[in-house]
Design a protein around this ligand. Structure first.
Ligand SMILES: *[C@@H]1O[C@H](CO)[C@@H](O)[C@H](O)[C@H]1NC(C)=O
Ligand SMILES: *[C@@H]1O[C@H](CO)[C@@H](O)[C@H](O)[C@H]1NC(C)=O
Ligand SMILES: *[C@@H]1O[C@H](CO)[C@@H](O)[C@H](O)[C@H]1NC(C)=O
Length: 328
């Protein structure tokens, strides 16, 4: 933790040596795509998290930013804000469809252009449009989430990435602009039961279609509201993208009740490769950015930390769904 911001002299030497070596072998890398989670892929140097901010001037926030993500959230530090409204999801009453995609870094679900899915409420002053669902997971249970709660990691983290569609026309413009992005994070445990939305993505029939990098599989008839727990609270803070360019334009909303998937589903995730079939198997597990310092940033939540054991019921602790035929 905190190590990402500073680079010791020996590590910098390693970097320059590696850059020099890379200049002599193979084609020049695409600078916008030249990063990884693990410094070494297939023997060629590809910069991992400590180097992101050094290899591309447009990514300098990855090294020097002070509002970076992910972070460890100590729930007792969260300020209770009883005026935070509940989260609201708008689907226009339509089912979600889109493409499940192995990007070589993550499992991503990219929604089709229609229907538009909006999220608002909570700390969000604008309506944000869903542009990606991203799934990060670990090589062993209890690790693999990017964020932590009270110093504890989870087996996986689902991130719903949205951009502010009231102010900006697309994700890339929004990601560079104030109040541009909203990311909802769900933590995932391995248990005997499974969240019904995640079961659709992780069924054997589906997940085996994206075994290798660039594999994609079209899915439809999804009900995103089923991803959300029946009742939940959330903690919010101002942070950044956890991938280059690490733009500090993200309102993070961490859902405080974990979802479940089965150990079989977890196992099938770990069998996904970040390489094409022609290259050696490297699991997609463990792809996440290390923790960044929270520093003096505020954590705001809709649960009273003085009564953490109290089960929160009532409309503030439920998802509000607009346009759903059987509203929840
Ligand atoms: C999503 O938000 C946009 C802009 O605020 C709005 O025009 C659109 O009708 C919303 N869609 C749904 C399904 O609520
Ligand atoms: C995103 O929006 C910006 C500014 O509104 C525009 O210049 C850019 O071409 C758009 N990018 C894409 C990929 O549509
Ligand atoms: C997840 O599983 C645990 C233990 O089996 C259970 O107590 C909890 O209620 C489950 N959570 C959800 C959201 O179903």
């Amino acid at each position: 933790m905190g190590g990402a911001a500073r680079l010791s002299a020996p590590r910098a030497l390693v970097l320059w040596a590696a850059l020099g070596a890379a200049a002599h072998i193979g084609p020049a890398p695409d600078p916008e795509d030249w990063w990884s989670y693990k410094d070494n892929l297939q023997g060629n140097f590809v910069p991992g998290p400590p180097f992101w901010g050094l290899v591309n001037a447009a990514w300098s926030l990855c090294a020097v930013g002070k509002r970076q993500s992910p972070v460890d959230v100590e729930l007792k530090r969260a300020l209770y804000d009883p005026f935070l409204p509940p989260l609201r999801l708008s689907t226009g009453g339509e089912k979600l469809r889109g493409t499940l995609y192995n990007t070589g870094r993550h499992v991503s679900f990219l929604p089709a252009p229609r229907p538009v899915v909006n999220v608002s409420g909570g700390p969000l002053l604008y309506s944000h449009r869903l542009s990606e669902l991203r799934l990060l997971f670990g090589a062993r249970d209890g690790a693999g989430s990017e964020h932590q709660i009270n110093h504890q990691g989870f087996s996986a983290e689902v991130q719903l990435i949205h951009f502010n569609q009231e102010l900006y026309g697309n994700l890339s413009a929004a990601s560079r602009s104030p109040n541009g992005l909203a990311i909802l994070s769900f933590f995932v445990n391995v248990a005997g039961s499974s969240n019904s939305f995640l079961s659709r993505l992780l069924s054997r029939d589906t997940i085996t279609r994206i075994s290798y990098k660039n594999d994609a599989y079209f899915l439809q008839d999804l009900s995103l509201e089923l991803l959300f727990p029946e009742s939940f609270g959330f903690v919010t803070y101002q942070g950044s993208l956890s991938t280059p360019p690490c733009s500090e334009t993200v309102t993070w909303i961490l859902i405080d009740r974990a979802l479940n998937i089965t150990s079989l589903q977890m196992h099938s995730l770990r069998l996904l490769s970040q390489n094409p079939p022609s290259q050696i198997f490297q699991s997609l597990s463990g792809n996440g950015r290390p923790l960044q310092p929270l520093a003096h940033r505020a954590l705001r939540g809709n649960r009273d930390p003085r009564h953490p054991e109290r089960r929160c019921r009532g409309p503030n602790y439920r998802l509000h769904v607009d346009g759903a035929p059987h509203g929840r």
